[in-house]
Design a protein around this ligand. Structure first.
Ligand code: RP5
Length: 166
């Protein structure tokens, strides 16, 4: 029996949980293992090193990093591993634009795959991580295909005619 692929979810603060829980919820629907940690790049920098040690010791296929504002978490983790890191910019006081730019503007050489701001980004980060896992795991690949079919099935052929605002 092949080992389950592992995905690490990180977030910069407890306050990111209401968004990042969407990633965790999605992963529970698939045959993958995951672990979730709060790691502040600024307030708990030593935990970044703990994460690097964990990633070196165990077989993770991807890391999710949700952070807002200055949002250095994804880059700080990416600097310490070659495992793909997916940054999720949190919606913030500047509507997430600060988080988005902080996450996406990495210097050449240290990539961070950056998804959209907030909950859609958290879900897509989980799906991207699953797609990486699926490269070597046909069970996850099949589950992703089934998930895509369920998305298509939820789209009506014609709209339900609800009242539009004047
Ligand atoms: C970032 O600062 C966190 O990722 C969070 O999005 C933001 C605010 O953190 P708290 O002040 O709510 O802990 O590091």
């Amino acid at each position: 029996m092949p080992k389950m692929k592992k995905i690490l979810i990180t977030m910069g603060s407890q306050s990111d949980w209401p968004i990042m829980c969407a990633a965790e919820k999605l992963l529970t629907r698939f045959d993958v293992a995951f672990e979730t940690r709060v790691v502040s790049a600024h307030r708990t920098p030593e935990r970044i090193d703990d994460i690097a040690t964990l990633l070196a010791a165990e077989e993770y296929v991807a890391v999710l990093a949700g952070a807002g504002g200055a949002a250095h978490l994804a880059g700080a983790i990416a600097a310490r591993t070659i495992i793909p890191v997916i940054g999720v910019p949190m919606s913030s006081k500047l509507h997430g634009l600060d988080s988005l730019l902080s996450t996406v503007q990495m210097p050449a050489g240290i990539p961070v795959a950056t998804v959209s701001v907030g909950e859609p980004g958290a879900k897509n980060a989980a799906l991207l991580a699953l797609q990486i896992a699926a490269l070597e795991d046909h069970v996850v690949a099949q589950q992703l295909l089934d998930y895509r079919r369920s998305l298509a099935g939820a789209v009506p052929f014609s709209p339900t005619r609800v009242e539009a605002a004047e």
